[in-house]
Design a protein around this ligand. Structure first.
Ligand SMILES: NC(=O)c1ccc[n+]([C@@H]2O[C@H](COP(=O)([O-])OP(=O)(O)OC[C@H]3O[C@@H](n4cnc5c(N)ncnc54)[C@H](OP(=O)(O)O)[C@@H]3O)[C@@H](O)[C@H]2O)c1
Length: 286
């Protein structure tokens, strides 16, 4: 069985390829696809095939997907430009006769107020309209999204934000990658929309407490509310688009949009998701 993984030069896609190899999937049945194939050389050395794709270049997608049984479309990283890019990939998969398209979406993409959600919702709609057999992995928040805050905590004594008491069911990228590997390599969960998230939800106060314990330095969470949070990020020199994204994400978190307690992710991967403590320790040691 051959499977194309897009975004294999990125964090999640690479982990999916590694997870497939670890699960005994034949390397010659994996096509790791990315814009810069030089960055796929470590995977190529393990026998994985590589393909150059650009979501802006339909011919590259068609060539890479030809003959593949499954395509894992890892959502692109060019926020604001992803709908036409993903459409190119979906059209190429359909034209190439791919048997199963798996897409990494976002938690409750059809209703979420997260700024990234509308592009995922639109992509899901294009996939549904295409008629291609498909599975949607609505990935929750990565624990790694907090790595910079975790690293900064012991230096400044605080972690700032606007998430209030909102609970966040994050999981490690490796957990989402394992779920994607299960779905692309087995018959499990096909044709479904999976709302995937970590087993244990936490608040920003709890994150700060975990950072204090792990670092041995007192770290407190300072909730700034929307206006102050925006001002602090702007004063720190962050670009306006990123400030908008971070502020609105925390607002959504404060309203519970990053919480999910279905347990679907750990059921799919057959093990508990990575505890927050482990992700905090990994961030502090990197
Ligand atoms: N759930 C979450 O918390 C969360 C957080 C951040 C992002 N995400 C989403 O999840 C995706 C995977 O996460 P990640 O951590 O692996 O992100 P990442 O490391 O930034 O990887 C993104 C991948 O998309 C590829 N890509 C971007 N534009 C492309 C194009 N025009 N044509 C072909 N490939 C293109 C990148 O290729 P290059 O290496 O060539 O740039 C890279 O391989 C992200 O792209 C984003 O959509 C989710």
């Amino acid at each position: 069985m051959s499977v194309v993984i897009t975004g294999a030069t990125g964090h999640l896609g690479r982990l999916v390829v590694e997870e497939l190899l670890d699960r005994g999937h034949g390397a010659d049945g994996i096509i790791a696809a990315g814009r810069d194939t030089d960055r796929l050389s470590a995977l190529a050395e393990r026998g994985v095939r590589t393909a150059r794709i650009d979501f802006e270049d339909p011919a590259s997608l068609k060539a890479a997907f030809e003959g593949a049984d499954t395509v894992l479309l890892v959502s692109g990283s060019e926020v604001g430009g992803r709908v036409p890019q993903h459409r190119n990939a979906i059209e190429a998969a359909t034209a190439s006769g791919v048997g199963h398209l798996v897409y990494t979406s976002a938690l409750r993409a059809d209703a979420s107020p997260l700024t990234v959600a509308p592009e995922h919702k639109a992509t899901e709609e294009i996939i549904a309209a295409s008629g291609i057999p498909h599975t949607i992995l609505r990935n929750g928040w990565y624990s790694e999204n907090y790595a910079a805050a975790v690293q900064q905590g012991p230096r400044t004594g605080s972690i700032i934000g606007g998430a209030g008491q909102g609970r966040i069911s994050s999981a490690a990228r490796a957990d989402y990658a394992a779920a994607a590997a299960v779905v692309v390599a087995s018959g499990e969960g096909h044709g479904q929309i999976h709302e995937l998230a970590g087993d244990t939800a936490w608040t920003m106060e709890e994150l700060a407490a975990r950072v204090s314990e792990a670092s041995g330095s007192p770290v407190a969470y300072r909730d700034l509310g929307e206006r102050e949070h925006r001002r602090a990020l702007t004063d720190a020199g962050l670009p306006e688009a990123l400030v908008d994204m971070l502020v609105s994400t925390d607002q959504a978190a404060s309203q519970g949009w990053l919480e999910e307690d279905s347990g679907a992710l750990s059921r799919l991967i057959g093990r508990p998701t990575t505890p927050l403590e482990e992700s905090v320790a990994a961030a502090l040691s990197s």
